[in-house]
Write a protein that binds this ligand. Structure first.
Ligand SMILES: [Zn+2]
Length: 355
């Protein structure tokens, strides 16, 4: 009779009471490694018993091909894997997921899909040194410097990010670009500039409103040859302050500035010694600066030396804003115009490298 009683209690009309709780956003269709013809990893994929806390968006920096078929996406996934294994010497694709120009979503490194669906553990990737365990890496096929991603790719990126956020309980604000952590143009100026929109849209899919302030995350301006303006002037002062150059401060990022950046990158053992000033070198270059005089002259003392001149340069264009007595990383980001909600400084556990 117990059985009968239970059955009676559970008989309900479809779509009324006892409906399953909201299951979260729909899972996008993700093609697993065997179905796109991936090679087996050259050594076992490492799995960490922890969840990732953010997502990193990349572009492949390959051609913006017109072929948006499923087969084109598979070919792209295979060629990335071949490059990562045969050229970089990694055990498999470095990224966890790949999105083709046609919006097809493919598993990158083996086991990434199964672990995502389970939502508890993380496959160690090789997409950004220092972020391979704490972050899921998504490669978006194409180059998005002057051109934005095709709508189908964007729709899949939003859907995939929402699903990852849901499965791993990652807030929709925790989406970043590769350049936030490294001296790289990746994921391209255009796609990078769309990240606040991506955070908002992913939030909307998850039923969570992401305010404009929340959607803007603190970072550093990416500076490279050809750039000009007060940020470049400030960077040149800071490069002088760091002893990387004795060159003049011109406000124009020329070859001499690129040389100074490379000098600084070598001295600080940066992974990329490429003359591009990005998220790996900025935090080291923009050292904390205090006004002279300390408490006695609070609010009136001057900042000293070349680092002080960098502060003065940036303050001059925001005359109405108060400037703190101590300019730390958050204050530098605000002065540089890239301030936003602060970013938690979390990196991989020791010993993780690209492999
Ligand atoms: Zn990247």
């Amino acid at each position: 009779m117990v059985g009968a009683g239970l059955t009676a209690g559970l008989v309900v009309a479809p779509g009324t009471a006892h409906a399953a709780p909201a299951p979260g956003p729909p899972a996008p269709f993700i093609e697993n490694c065997p179905s796109w013809g991936a090679r087996r990893p050259s050594s076992p994929v490492k799995i960490w018993d922890r969840r990732p806390i953010r997502i990193l968006v990349h572009h492949t920096a390959g051609p913006n091909q017109r072929d948006v078929s499923r087969d084109a996406g598979r070919r792209t996934a295979r060629s990335i894997q071949a490059y990562h294994m045969d050229h970089n010497g990694w055990l498999d694709s470095g990224q966890h997921f790949t999105i083709s120009r046609g919006g097809f979503v493919l598993e990158g490194r083996f086991l990434s899909l199964g672990e995502l669906n389970a939502g508890r553990r993380q496959v160690e990737g090789a997409h950004c040194t220092g972020q391979n365990v704490v972050a899921i890496g998504i490669e978006n096929e194409g180059t998005y410097i002057g051109e934005g991603p095709p709508p189908k790719l964007w729709d899949s990126l939003r859907a995939l990010c929402a699903y990852i956020c849901f499965r791993y309980a990652i807030p929709p604000t925790e989406l970043y670009g590769h350049r936030d952590y490294k001296n790289t143009i990746c994921p391209g100026d255009r796609l990078y500039s769309m990240l606040p929109r991506l955070r908002s849209e992913v939030g909307a899919v998850l039923g969570r409103r992401v305010s404009r302030t929340e959607a803007t995350r603190a970072s550093w301006p990416l500076l490279r040859t050809g750039d000009s303006g007060p940020e470049v002037t400030a960077a040149q002062y800071l490069l002088r302050d760091a002893g990387a150059t004795r060159g003049s401060v011109t406000g124009r990022f020329d070859e001499a500035t690129a040389d100074a950046v490379r000098e600084f990158q070598s001295a600080t053992k940066a992974e990329d010694v490429n003359g591009i000033l990005g998220g790996e070198s900025w935090p080291l270059l923009a050292r904390t600066v205090s006004r002279e005089g300390g408490l006695l002259l609070r609010g009136t003392g001057r900042y000293q030396g070349d680092a002080g001149r960098a502060v003065d340069t940036l303050v001059a264009r925001r005359p109405l804003e108060s400037t703190p007595d101590t300019v730390d990383a958050a204050a530098w980001q605000r002065l540089l115009g890239t301030g936003g909600a602060p970013v938690a400084e979390v990196s991989d556990p020791p010993g993780v490298a690209n492999r």
